[in-house]
Design a protein around this ligand. Structure first.
Ligand code: SAH
Length: 513
């Protein structure tokens, strides 16, 4: 960016699903130095912000809602003057309610250049995810975006409810849940048919989306029965009867199911996105963190021997092992040529994939299984009596080393360590105790062990009764739970994140049919 470019961007965050961020919004978030976001912006969207950016919720600025605008502006102005890229992030579209227009005006008055990035506004998201066309050739020739915040029938109100009652199309009412009875009374008073099909939707576009449908006169009662609360969007009009019994989104195989995500941090985003695409609600629970070994001495010595050609085979048991190994090589100022002619074996497709990122094709990727015994058996004919370096985590897979040691001259070296960071008091663990979580993926034996250690009798009871189901990445991982008498509902056929997700879908389908 040049100095002539604006440094302040009023950006629409969309309704919640990050897939509905515009490319421009994602690009600006990734480049931002400061992100000032509204309270209603789903936290998930902040995952797309530059990790080094200062993310600040305007709620935490001084004052009440109405008079925070000057503080927000001050912040933006100061950061822009310092040459920082400021993203002012607003839910939905920045110019549909939520005071985006006032902020733009204030920026103009202050002589601060800015750009506006539109977003998918709540009414459009609600329509799409409920499978209701907002307009229709025979049913609705117009759409009105209305604020329900204004007290109907208040003298000096800006809304003409009489005109809205006659409006020839779909009414989309924002911020109206708290005043729903008043809104309905006003519309009916002015002649709106009390039987007009109506809907309320909460968290449109997200896996925890909730809806209720009723004729207008009954909407408030339906809302209370369904337990829907503010914020939500109200849709009123004949188009609502054009919907399918359940929308394409509600038919997603994991719709509404809460799933713990227990992968190390660098693999979280991929799994979260896949789950969101299937309608699930991912809850990220950090369990294990990957850190460099406490002492690089043994690894450096092994890397030296590798360069000297003192190994016939190099065995990687995880993608982390591959990355840690290559990273250390580079940190020592050397490069991939040090691999020379050593032959390489990897356990499982993900480890092989990690290696291919460095343009190295493994010589052997046993197809049998990621289980240690299967791997050793597949490797045996190739490595008998040879010199083999096993690059691995400090913990785990002891079977692998002992198995290999029976047939080859094995040296092992620690490339990374795994630190248990699971916090039993964290929000996902509370959700687990309350029985809100459908699936707990056990994505490695280590993760299974630390999760099981953190589970109390309440959680174990829920697993026993099948309210919460464990999905293991491999039979070896399932055995960790089963060995402690804890039931595993499914084991992935392919031993990857995708495999676990497929298994969840299978188990979810079996449960509902
Ligand atoms: N600028 C936002 C609206 C801000 S006003 C936009 O364009 O969407 C806040 C209101 O928006 C809420 O009270 C609710 O009525 C609505 N809203 C925002 N996101 C929503 C969502 N995901 N589902 C349902 N309603 C939503």
């Amino acid at each position: 960016m040049t100095t002539a470019d604006p440094h302040v961007f009023l950006v629409g965050a969309g309704p919640g699903d990050p897939g509905l961020l515009t490319l421009r919004a994602a690009e600006l978030l990734a480049a931002a130095d400061v992100v000032l976001y509204d309270q209603l912006v789903p936290k998930r969207i902040l995952d797309f912000a530059n990790p080094a950016a200062e993310c600040l919720c305007v709620r935490d600025l001084p004052g009440q809602t109405a008079d925070r605008t000057p503080y927000t502006l001050q912040r933006m102005a100061a950061a822009a003057a310092a040459g920082k890229i400021v993203v002012r992030l607003k839910g939905g579209d920045p110019f549909v309610f939520g005071r985006g227009g006032e902020e733009a005006e204030a920026l103009r008055l202050a002589g601060i250049p800015y750009e506006v990035v539109p977003g998918v506004t709540a009414a459009l998201a609600a329509a799409a995810f409920l499978d209701i066309p907002l307009t229709h050739r025979h049913q609705a020739s117009a759409v009105a975006l209305i604020t329900g915040h204004e007290l109907p029938a208040r003298p000096g109100g800006k809304l003409d409810w009489e005109a809205l009652a006659r409006f020839p199309g779909t009414l989309a009412i924002y911020m109206g849940i708290a005043r729903l009875p008043l809104i309905v009374a006003e519309l009916v008073k002015y002649g709106k048919d009390p039987d007009t099909p109506s809907a309320i939707v909460e968290r449109a576009s997200m896996g925890n989306m909730r809806t209720t449908f009723a004729p207008l006169h009954n909407l408030e009662r339906a809302r209370r029965q369904a337990g829907l609360e503010s914020p939500g969007l109200i849709l009123i009009g004949p188009v609502i009867d054009l919907r399918a019994a359940s929308s394409w989104f509600e038919q997603k195989p994991l719709f509404g199911r809460r799933v713990l995500v227990t992968r190390p941090r660098d693999q979280v985003e991929g799994m979260v996105r896949k789950l969101e695409r299937l309608g699930a609600v991912p809850l990220v629970l950090p369990t294990i963190e990957i850190r460099p070994p406490d002492d690089f001495g043994p690894l450096d010595a092994a890397l030296y021997k590798l360069r000297e050609g003192l190994y016939d085979w190099l065995v990687f048991s995880s993608a982390h092992g591959v990355h840690g190994f290559v990273k250390r090589l580079e940190a020592l100022g050397r490069d991939l040529r040090d691999f020379g002619t050593v032959r390489i074996a990897t356990i499982g497709p993900k480890t092989a994939e990690a290696l291919r990122e460095y343009r190295i094709t493994p010589d052997l990727v046993p197809e049998t299984s990621v289980r240690s015994e299967g791997f050793v058996a597949a490797l045996a004919p190739h490595v008998r009596g040879q010199r083999l370096l096993l690059a691995r985590a400090e913990q785990g897979r002891e079977q692998l080393r002992t198995g290999l040691a029976e047939i080859a001259r094995v040296e092992q070296v620690t490339v990374y360590t795994q630190v248990n960071v699971l916090d039993p008091a964290s929000a996902p663990m509370d959700a687990l105790r309350r029985g809100e979580v459908s699936f707990v993926p056990l994505s490695s034996a280590n993760i299974a062990r630390s999760l099981l250690a953190a589970m109390d009798a309440t959680i174990l009871g829920r697993i026993e009764r099948g309210e919460t189901q464990l999905i293991a990445i491999s039979p070896e991982t399932a055995a960790v739970a089963e060995g402690q008498g804890v039931r595993v509902a499914g084991t992935a056929t392919t031993h990857t994140t995708e495999g676990m997700i497929e298994e969840m879908v299978r188990v979810a389908r079996a449960k509902t049919t």
